[in-house]
Design a protein around this ligand. Structure first.
Ligand code: AMP
Ligand code: ZN
Length: 464
């Protein structure tokens, strides 16, 4: 079955054609690690995770590359303002490198909690400065750069189709040029490839380059690293919708100028998670919620994952705790159902029934990652009166390869030592047929926020 994807570049839903049969190369713009990821950022990474899982489900060999932005991203995407990493370091009275270490680790923990499969390559911008310098050298050799006021700029007027991703028109240039715009830019769309002049003093991260000591512009890192690991032509590039007009537009410009041919075949963008009155959740707006904030309020990170899957990635999603509650309840019902199914003595597995349900599931996820529809198929399976328990279990297990909700695998829930000890004590009480004691221990476990379900020769524990 074909995988259909909406390609921002062509503005169409297209059947995916791999560059190499059976393989898919995917690049995802990673986090700028100057602060915690907010749950809007995490929407971008659950989306790319589902994308990757859909390819794996369709038996593709996937190579997924994601960067960590730890230099060069200024507070405005338009090369204006202060370096976000430096601002973060000043805010916290730490070195830039400490900031990078700390927030990278926090980001990886969030990804793990959301059951996002770790990318095959996770690359840091500061580990690839040489690759960026090489690439700027190629762009320069091909005649697309100029040096002004100490910085190396990309000359967008040299590229006929600059702005094709966003459908930018040259007459919009006036709209882009702002009062405080960089006076060294020849055209308002031009952008910096290498900074040696920076209006804030003592930029901590500096490297030597043929153009002087300095640091790279933000966009070059993604072009250099994606092409290093996926080749000078690759299949899919993802990111949030805010990256279309500047970051991804400039990535395309500099890559096609360096390589002399088209670069990425499919561009996929997730819409925003919004909050309040149609406001984008963002660190600079100060309206951001972290995954840990949700956990502190009693939600499981996978409740948030379920909530995200309930909306199509190309639709804006308005965050509310009521909607998250609905997702939490749905997850609870799923877990209860799966636990019930598991208690039934194994019934005949019906492979025809599985194939039928799996087809509906595939039709949903292969249609531009229609996860709301895929969840509806899951519910049809779990609620079915016809399907045998082992068919249901196997089907849920298979669907979970895409959904990533740990539907069947209840063992992986991390249970505190204290709860485990009570559970063991309770098992001994049950074995001794001391039901009164077993009930009391169950109450204690519930008070600690966990549920315990009896199994034939043991128990299962999960968060309540
Ligand atoms: P950044 O660290 O700013 O590069 O952002 C990391 C990723 O999060 C990018 O792909 C952004 O496009 C994406 N992003 C930022 N804000 C939101 C939001 N409110 N909803 C969804 N994605 C977002
Ligand atoms: Zn990027």
């Amino acid at each position: 079955m074909k995988i259909l994807l909406t390609n921002t570049l062509t503005r169409k839903k297209e059947a995916f054609e791999p560059i190499t049969p059976g393989r898919a190369g995917i690049y995802t713009c990673g986090l700028t690690v100057y602060n915690y990821a907010h749950i809007g950022n995490l929407r971008a990474y659950v989306f790319s995770d589902v994308l990757k899982r859909v390819f794996l489900y369709n038996n593709y060999e996937v190579k997924h590359v994601m960067n960590i932005t730890d230099v060069g991203h200024l507070t405005s995407d338009d090369d204006e303002g202060e370096d976000k990493l430096e601002a973060g370091a000043r805010r916290e009275g730490k070195s830039v490198w400490e900031i990078v270490e700390y927030y990278t680790r926090a980001f990886l923990e969030d990804m793990k909690a959301l059951n996002i499969i770790k990318p095959d390559v996770l690359c840091r911008a500061t580990d690839h400065i040489e690759d960026m310098i090489d690439m700027i050298g190629k762009i320069e050799a091909n005649g697309y750069t100029y040096v002004a006021g100490g910085n190396v700029y990309f000359d967008t007027s040299k590229l006929k189709d600059y702005g094709k991703l966003a459908g930018l028109k040259r007459d919009e240039e006036a709209a882009r040029s702002r009062v405080e715009a960089d006076p060294y830019k020849r055209n308002p769309f031009d952008f910096v490839l290498w900074f040696t002049r920076y209006k804030y003093h003592n930029h901590a991260m500096q490297w030597d380059s043929p153009w002087g000591r300095g640091f790279p512009g933000w966009h070059i890192e993604c072009s250099a690293m994606s092409s290093k690991y996926l080749g000078e032509r690759f299949d899919i590039h993802t990111g949030g919708i805010d990256h279309v007009p500047i970051h991804h537009t400039n990535e395309i410009a500099q890559s096609e100028a360096a390589f002399g041919h088209e670069w990425v075949n499919y561009w996929l963008h997730n819409e925003f998670l919004i909050i309040g009155n149609d406001e984008k959740m963002s660190k600079s707006l100060g309206n951001f919620i972290r995954l840990q904030n949700l956990v502190n309020q009693g939600y499981d990170p996978l409740d948030y994952r379920y909530y995200l899957l309930g909306a199509h990635y190309r639709k804006k999603l308005a965050f509310s705790l009521e909607a998250l509650d609905a997702a939490k309840n749905a997850m609870k019902r799923i877990r209860t159902k799966v636990a019930e199914i598991k208690t039934v003595e194994s019934e005949q597995y019906d492979s025809d029934a599985f194939d039928k349900m799996n087809r509906s599931f595939l039709e949903a996820v292969n249609d531009d990652l229609n996860t709301p529809k895929a969840l509806a198929v899951l519910w049809r399976v779990l609620d079915s009166e016809q399907l045998s328990s082992s068919t249901k279990l196997k089907t849920a297990e298979e669907f979970d390869r895409v959904l990533g909700l740990k539907l069947v695998d209840t063992k992986e829930v991390e249970v505190p030592e204290e709860v485990l000890l009570l559970a063991e004590e309770r098992l001994n009480a049950r074995r001794a047929r001391n039901w009164e004691k077993a009930d009391k221990l169950r109450d204690k476990i519930i008070k600690l926020g966990y549920e315990i379900m009896d199994r034939k020769d043991g128990y299962e524990i999960r968060r309540s």
